[in-house]
Each structure stands twice: as C-alpha cells, then as structure tokens.
Design a binder for this molecule. Structure first.
Ligand code: AGP
Length: 642
C-alpha cells in the first residue's frame, strides 16, 4: 500500500516514513515467551531509570471508526518522539493487538493488512524505549497472561522488578522487557469481580509515574484510566468517549476536556465518564475549555513544525499581551525573587532577571529546577517565586515548585498548556498563549515567555517599563521573517563548522544562551554561549582561523565593550556574524564578516526580536545537515521523568 493510500485510508499524516519492517498481529493467548534480561544498553546516553519520557496514549469507545481514530490520534502525538507504536481493539470479547517497531506508517500498513474489523473500543500508544530495546514485543499495548487486561502506559514503574518477581512466584511469566507489562499481569492478579476496584488496588501497588489506558475483555464498551505524575485528558463527544495523553490528539473531537488528577481513576463509556477518587468514591469533575485551533497542531504548508511555529510568533506574542492575568493578581512588591525553570524556559527566566532587576529594582535569582529541588533554598517572608514551563509537566520544575511552596513562598506559574500540573498547583497562573508547540525545539513558547517576563516586569515596576514597545514587536518580527532567505544564506556559510560560539553582554548574553541551545539541540553542532568579557579568560584559546562566532550587539550602552571583544576574536581568525540594530549597523560592520540588522526599539526589548534570526539560523543549519528538525535525537518535548 502506498503512503498516499494509507493517508487516504486513515486520514492522518505520517511524515517522512516509508513502509518497512514487519510485525505480527497477536491474538491474546496464555502462551508466553521465555523471560528476557532487561537491556539497559538501548540508549546508553540515557540513565537506567530513563531521563526522558516521550510516549503517547490515545483511546476511544463508541461509534467511532476505532482503528482509524487510534491511528489518527497517534499521528497527532508523533511529535513527542517514539520508536514503536501499537493499538489494541476489543471485538466480541477478544482483544486484538497490532503493534510494531518503527514509524506509524508501518503500523498503519499492518492494521490495513490484519483488518481488525469493526470494534467499538480501543487503545493506542507510541513508545519511546526506556526499559528494553525498541522492538515489536516491547511495544505497547501489553496484555495479561490470560488475556483479560490490555494496557498502554506512559511513565516509569520504579518498583517493576519487585512486582515482576512476586508475580513470577505466583506463576506469571513475561513476554517483554518493559516495566509496563507488569501492570497488565498485576491487574489480572488483583481482579476480584470489579474492574474499577481492581485498577485502584493495582495502582496502589505501583511506585513511579503513570498514565494508563486499560481494556477489560469482559467490559466490551469501556476504557479504564488512572494517572499519577503523567498527563492524561478525557473527553466526551456525540460519538463516545476519548482519552489522550496530550491535547493535539483530542482537538479534533472536543475542546472541552476533563483533566485527570493524580490518584483519580475513570471509567469511560460511549455516553459517560465516571471519575473515582483514591477512596473509590465517585466524584464530580468539570471540563476545561481549550481554545487552541485544531489546525494549529498541523503543519499548514510549512516543511517543519519548527518553521511554522517561528512564523506564529507574532500572533502568539499578540495573544499573550492580551492576557490581563498579571493585572488581576494582587502582587505586593517582593524583597527578592526566584525564577525556576529548565532549558529554554530557564533562558527566558535569565532575560526576566535582567529586566526585572533593571526596571523594578528587585534582586532576582534564576535557578535551574533540577538544582533547586535538591538544595536548601533560602526563602524569606516577602519572597516571590516564578516558575516557567511551556508544557507545565516538566517534572523537575513541578517538584522545584512544590519545594518553593513548602518553604512558604508564593508561586506564580508562567505556563503554556492549560490545566497542566504546574498550572494547577501554582498559587497563580499566567498562561502564555503560544498555542500548541509541536516541534521539540521551543520557539514561539520562548517568545511568549519573554513577553510574560516583560509584562511581569511592568507590573512589578509599577509601569516604569512601558509596554508600548512590546506591542510593536509582532510587526517587527513579521518584517524579520520576510528576510529569512538572508539568514538561510548565513547558515549555509557557517553550518560546516564543528563548533559555533555565541557571545554577548548583559541581555545579549542571556539571548546567546538560547541561541546556542537552539543550534545544538537540532543541528548537533557543538556550541557554547559566553559572556563577551569572559572569553579571554580561557575559551578564546579555542578560536582559530574560520571559527564561527555569533555576536549579539544589541545594547547601546555596552556596544563599544562588545566591539572590543569582537575585535579580539577577529584578530585570531574568527568568522563573525553580528546581530545588532539598525542604528548600530555601520559600527557593527567594521568588526564583522556578516551583519543582521534589526529594527530599532528600546534596548530592553531587543532579545525578543533578536532571537528570531538565531532560531532561523539554527533551523537552516539543521536542515542543511539533514537533521530531523522537529524530533531531534535523544530529546523529548515534555520531560516528565527526572
Ligand atoms: C527547548 O527547545 C527544549 N525543548 C527544552 O529545553 C525545554 O525548554 C525544557 O525541557 C523545559 O520544558 P518546559 O518549558 O515544558 O518546562
């Protein structure tokens, strides 16, 4: 079957795949394979508990074309990264599992070949291997020994070895190397006539994180779910119930979603979703409305999500400026602040520090969340903590936030995903309005995080920072985007370098950190960001004939100092690409091989325009190198394990 035919049949998009590999449809029987040793060699760069979690879950029950909905839902979760995929459908009291290593296109071909028939309930999964190599057997769904239960799982079961040993003593044997398979067997072991009670008892025995979708062979119209520290959403439509691990998979069916909380169990049927708390008592839950457009989770004619998302920055910034949440918050000017985040969100926090200290005169410490959570932070009485996260599910940021709260700090969260864990647990939340960010490399989310930092600085400085300049940014970015071919040309000049340095001072240094991260994460070119004045204390030894250096020179008050630093590296052979503003362009040309000149605006706002050429530069370098731009190796969009 051709790619086109598959797309027509299933209506999804299956980017960049060819039909290859094979897998088998597995009828559920009690027959088991001999146990295997858990391979920890699969991804040697990832530690044994798994640093990343990229899996995706979809499930539906009702009058859907089940296999089609599952495959389409999985295609919307592809961006999370995966190395195998599978579905299970329940027809006439028989669970049929179809799963295989590799791309969704392989799975779609297999589903077409095996034709599981008209089934009204099913679950699907994209797996990114942590326990056991990516192969057909380790793919989800997993089934219990006698075939009663079938499970898809996101997260990590930390005590799976102990559970496995206990179940083995009770006569169970295991097919896969995964931690997840124990859940299916444990369900069967615990079953005493009621599925919800059985699921409740089972999750009480699990340590770690999980979002679960469960089929019970003897409940032919239901999906059961449970969650702890891994996102899960549920929705009810005219056609029936849907579950998913992420919003893009749900958007097509409903925007009014139930967000499962830790400890909650749900029974999903075609006309109702019943939630139970940890005591097994039924609870009422309200839906949350998601106003993301369904189309915003699609590529819309762009070659990659990343490029599309860079082009969405003007809209995302404008939408974020329209959020008046800070105005509605009663914020007493704090004595000190902590900003806590990871990766790109951390870099937005570094810009926030410069701007808040400068404009509001409040001392700000920016902390990497994974460091903060294991130290003893000093939190004073009138202390404010701000956490920043696109996904709202980054586990280090979530736990750092909990720590700050325990220490008595008020916490404001700046979050993109509505209803995410961080958003729900913070004292106050400011939603950036970037819409769904699909590419692993964060672009429009960063721009909206910067927007939020400016808005917070304006609030804390009681209007000393005027937001008029910020309102002009979206049009300026549109102008920069219209010159993207120039940046593409610069990228083709420099992408061959084995190492590219980014230097800047003050806000330009904060910006350089993000420019450098963007480049390395998608193009795999080694890169470092340095404060301009720091280079000569060691790193300048690495500069030799032709070494590419990207210099941010957007701050007039330190321009001459930066120009001095640039001369130092040019004298040692560096090939310099400078990013500056129109009014400083001529001076920048004197010390640079290439110059990107941006529209003039108040210097404090330069990072939010200057990041755009850096994002495009990284993008074009990655494309020129033939890298998988939207799904770079070893990375996850949402890092939901430690
Ligand atoms: C950025 O391109 C990365 N994908 C990564 O650094 C990311 O910003 C980080 O993992 C934090 O994610 P969050 O904003 O969802 O918390």
């Amino acid at each position: 079957m051709t790619r086109r035919e598959l797309i027509e049949r299933f209506g999804g998009w299956f980017p960049g795949s060819t039909v290859e590999g094979k897998a088998e449809k597995m009828r559920v029987t009690a027959e088991q394979r001999p146990d295997q040793v858990v391979s920890l060699q699969t991804f040697p760069e990832i530690n044994q508990t798994g640093e990343l979690n990229m899996c995706g879950i979809i499930g539906c029950t009702g009058s859907f074309d089940t296999a089609k909905v599952l495959l389409r839902g999985l295609s919307k979760l592809e961006y999370r990264g995966y190395d195998s995929a599978g579905i299970a459908v329940l027809c006439e009291n028989e669970i049929k599992v179809i799963k295989c290593k590799g791309r969704l296109l392989n799975l779609a071909a297999l589903v077409e070949e095996k034709n599981p028939g008209n089934c009204s309930v099913g679950i699907g999964h994209t797996r990114w291997a942590t326990h056991g190599e990516p192969n057909d057997i380790n793919s989800h769904p997993h089934v219990s020994g006698k075939g009663k239960f079938c499970v898809v799982h996101n997260g990590i079961i930390e005590n799976y070895m102990d559970i496995r040993e206990n179940l083995r003593s009770a006569g169970y044997s295991f097919v896969s190397e995964t931690d997840s398979e124990v859940i299916a067997h444990l369900l069967e072991y615990n079953y005493k006539g009621d599925t919800v009670s059985c699921l409740r008892e089972t999750v009480m025995q699990l340590e770690g994180s999980y979002a679960l979708g469960v089929l019970d062979r003897d409940e032919p119209k239901k999906i059961f779910t449970a969650r702890k520290d891994s996102p899960l959403i549920l929705g009810l439509t005219d056609k029936g119930g849907i579950i998913a691990s992420d919003i893009p998979a749900m958007l097509e069916y409903t925007r009014d979603i139930f967000i499962a909380e830790d400890g909650e169990i749900a029974s999903v049927s075609d006309d109702a979703i019943i939630f139970y708390n940890q005591l097994g008592l039924e609870i009422d839950k309200k839906t949350t409305h998601v106003d993301w457009e369904a189309g915003s989770a699609e590529k819309g004619g762009f070659e990659h999500f990343m490029l599309k998302e860079i082009h969405e920055e003007p809209t995302a910034i404008r939408d974020t400026i329209a959020n008046d949440a800070f105005d509605r918050m009663n914020i007493v000017k704090p004595d000190r602040m902590h900003i806590i985040a990871c990766g790109t969100a951390y870099h937005a926090g570094v810009v926030g520090k410069y701007v808040i200290e400068e404009m509001a005169g409040i001392p700000v410490e920016v902390e990497v969340a994974s460091e903060y959570r294991y130290k003893n932070p000093i939190v004073g009485k009138n202390h404010l903590t701000v956490v920043i996260s696109q996904s709202g599910e980054t586990i280090d940021t979530l736990f750092a936030m909990r720590k700050a709260k325990e220490m008595g700090s008020r916490v404001i969260a700046v979050v993109n995903v509505v209803g995410s864990s961080i958003a729900r647990e913070a004292d106050d939340v400011f939603y950036t309005r970037a819409g769904p960010e699909i590419a692993v490399a964060s672009t429009k989310a960063y721009s909206t995080q910067l927007t939020a930092m400016y808005m917070l600085a304006s609030k804390l400085s009681e209007g000393k920072l005027k937001l008029d300049g910020l309102r002009r940014i979206p049009d300026m970015i549109k102008g920069i985007l219209s010159c993207k071919e120039d940046i593409q040309r610069f990228a083709s000049d420099l992408f061959g370098g084995s190492s590219i340095f980014f230097i800047g001072r003050g806000l330009d240094y904060a910006l350089s950190m993000e420019g450098s991260l963007k480049l390395k994460e998608i193009s795999y070119i080694h890169s470092e960001a340095y404060a301009g004045g720091e280079l000569k204390h060691g790193t300048i030894a690495l500069i030799e004939e032709g070494t590419p250096v990207i210099c941010s020179m957007t701050q007039p008050h330190i321009f001459s100092k930066m120009a001095g630093n640039v001369r130092e590296i040019q004298a040692r052979g560096a090939k310099v690409l400078s990013i500056t503003s129109k009014s400083m362009e001529n001076e920048a040309k004197r010390v640079s091989d290439m110059v990107i000149s941006l529209p003039d605006i108040e210097p404090v706002y330069m990072p939010i325009t200057a990041i755009v050429p850096m994002q495009l530069f990284a993008y074009y370098c990655a494309v020129l190198k033939g890298c998988d731009v939207d799904k770079p190796r070893n990375l996850a969009k949402s890092v939901t394990v430690e």
